[in-house]
Design a protein around this ligand. Structure first.
Ligand code: HEC
Ligand code: HEC
Length: 364
C-alpha cells in the first residue's frame, strides 16, 4: 500500500528534493508557522473567554452547580511534590514519611491501643488536618514552619512547634504530651517543616489553615443546626455524634464529633468560628474549597449544634493569662467586655468583634 502511493508520487517528491531550497522558501515556511501559531493563540484566548463568561452566568442561576470564582479560592498554595524528597539528606526522607504516617494514622501508634504508646483518644491528626495537613483550607500546616515560634495569647508565651503539636495532643486528641525527644515528635516536626519548606518567614500562603467565614447577622442556632446535622452529617458521624470505629477498634472510620472520645473544651474546634470554617469547605466528607455543599448559614448552625453537645472538659485556668487576648468566640469568661458568655459562644459576633477592634485601636 505505502509502496504504491509512493510510486504514484515520484514527480512531486523529485521536484521537492531536487530543487535547492532558496532562502525565500524557508522564510515563507517560517511565516506560515508563525501565522498558524498566532491563529492557535487567538482561538485559545477566544474560547477561554467564552468559558469564563459561561461560569459567571452559571453562578447567578440558582439551579446551576456552585462554581467558586472568589479570588480567595484561586491559586491557593499546595504542598511540595513527593518526588522532591529525593533531595533530602540520608535518613531525613524516612523521618518525613514517618511523620506523615503518624499524622494520618495517629491512633495506630499513639491511640488507646497504639503500638508505640497509649496517650490519646483514638482520633488521628488527619481527621481534622485533612490529607495529612496538605489540603488547602483543610486545616493544613502550610504556615506552621513560617510563623512559629510565635507569641500566642492563649498561653501568654512564645510557643514553638513542639508546644503547638502538644496543644493538639492535649486538647484535640484529649490526651497527653508527646516527649519532645521521641522519634515520633522528631518525625512530626520534620514532616511539618517539609510541608512549609518553600514558605518565606512570617508568610501565611493563601489557603493556609481554616477559612474565616463572614459573620451571620444573627446568633448561630443549634436547633437549625440539628436539622442540617440530621440531613447531612449523621449518616457517617451517627445520630449520637460518636462516630464509627474501624474494624479492629484501633481508630475511627468516621470520627466522633462529641461525647467522651471527641476533642475537649480546650480544643480549637470548640470555637464555633473554627468549626464552621472547617465544615464549610471540607464536609460532608469529599467536599473541598472548590465546591462547597453547605451555605454559610448551614455551616454556622451545624457548628453551633455540634458544640452545644457534651464533650470532655479540660482545666483551662492557665489559658489566657491576659483576658484581653481572648478571641471573640472564646466560650468561657471572664472577658474584658460586658457581652455575656452565651453571646461569646453563639453570637451575634459582629458587635463583639467590633468592640474588640475599637478597644485595641484605642490602646495602641
Ligand atoms: C479535633 C480536631 C483536631 C485534631 C484531631 C488535631 N488538630 Fe491540630 N488543630 C486543630 C485546629 C482547629 C487548629 C487551629 C486552631 C486555631 O487556629 O485556633 C489546629 C492547629 C494545629 C497546629 C497549628 C497550625 C497553625 O497554622 O498555626 C498544629 C501544628 C497542629 N494543629 C498539629 C496537630 C497534630 C500534630 C495533631 C495530631 C497529634 C493534631 N493537630 C490534631 C484541630 C485538630
Ligand atoms: C460520607 C461520610 C461523612 C459525612 C456525610 C460527613 N462527614 Fe465529617 N468526617 C468524615 C470523615 C471520614 C472524617 C475524617 C477525615 C479523615 O480522617 O480524612 C470527618 C471529619 C469531620 C470532622 C473533624 C474530625 C472530628 O471528628 O471532629 C468534623 C468536625 C466533621 N467531620 C463534621 C461534619 C459535619 C458537620 C458534617 C455534615 C455537614 C459531616 N462531617 C459529614 C466523614 C463524613
Amino acid at each position: 500500500m505505502d509502496q504504491l502511493i509512493l510510486n504514484d508520487l515520484p514527480p512531486l517528491l523529485d521536484m521537492k528534493t531536487n530543487s535547492p531550497k532558496s532562502s525565500l522558501d524557508s522564510l515563507i515556511q517560517l511565516l506560515y508557522a508563525l501565522v498558524i501559531l498566532l491563529l492557535g493563540l487567538m482561538a485559545y484566548l477566544f474560547f477561554g473567554q467564552i468559558r469564563s463568561h459561561k461560569s459567571v452566568a452559571d453562578n447567578t442561576d440558582s439551579s446551576a452547580v456552585f462554581i467558586q470564582l472568589d479570588s480567595n479560592f484561586t491559586h491557593v498554595w499546595t504542598a511540595p511534590s513527593d518526588w522532591r524528597m529525593m533531595y533530602l539528606p540520608a535518613g531525613q526522607k524516612e523521618l518525613v514519611l514517618y511523620g506523615r504516617e503518624l499524622i494520618a494514622h495517629t491512633s495506630d501508634y499513639l491511640g488507646p491501643k497504639g503500638s508505640v504508646r497509649a496517650m490519646s483518644n483514638g482520633m488521628n491528626c488527619q481527621n481534622c488536618h485533612l490529607k495529612a495537613g496538605s489540603q488547602p483550607w483543610g486545616n493544613n500546616y502550610f504556615a506552621v514552619e513560617s510563623t512559629y515560634p510565635k507569641f500566642r495569647a492563649r498561653s501568654g508565651t512564645i510557643e514553638n512547634q513542639i508546644k503547638r503539636v502538644n496543644d493538639c495532643f492535649e486538647r484535640s486528641l484529649n490526651g497527653m504530651k508527646l516527649d519532645s525527644t521521641s522519634k515520633e515528635m522528631q518525625a512530626i516536626l520534620a514532616y511539618i517543616a517539609w510541608l512549609g519548606k518553600d514558605v518565606a518567614k512570617d508568610i501565611r500562603p493563601k489557603g493556609s489553615g481554616i477559612f474565616k467565614l463572614k459573620f451571620l447577622k444573627r446568633a448561630t442556632d443549634p436547633e437549625k443546626g440539628k436539622l442540617v446535622y440530621d440531613a447531612k452529617c449523621q449518616s457517617c458521624h451517627q445520630s449520637n455524634g460518636e462516630g464509627v470505629f474501624a474494624e479492629g477498634g484501633k481508630s475511627y472510620t468516621y470520627p466522633p464529633l462529641w461525647g467522651m472520645h471527641s476533642y475537649n473544651e480546650g480544643a480549637g474546634l470548640f470555637r464555633i468560628s473554627n468549626l464552621a470554617g472547617y465544615v464549610k469547605y471540607n464536609m460532608p466528607f469529599g467536599t473541598t474549597y472548590e465546591k462547597a455543599q453547605l451555605t454559610d448559614e448551614e455551616a454556622w448552625d451545624v457548628a453551633a449544634y455540634i458544640n452545644s453537645m457534651p464533650r470532655p472538659g479540660k482545666d483551662l485556668s492557665k489559658d489566657w493569662p491576659d483576658i484581653s487576648g481572648k478571641p471573640f468566640d472564646h466560650p468561657f469568661g471572664p472577658y474584658v467586655d460586658s457581652f455575656p458568655e452565651s453571646q461569646h459562644k453563639y453570637g451575634p459576633y459582629k458587635p463583639i468583634s467590633d468592640w474588640i477592634k475599637k478597644h485595641k485601636k484605642s490602646k495602641s
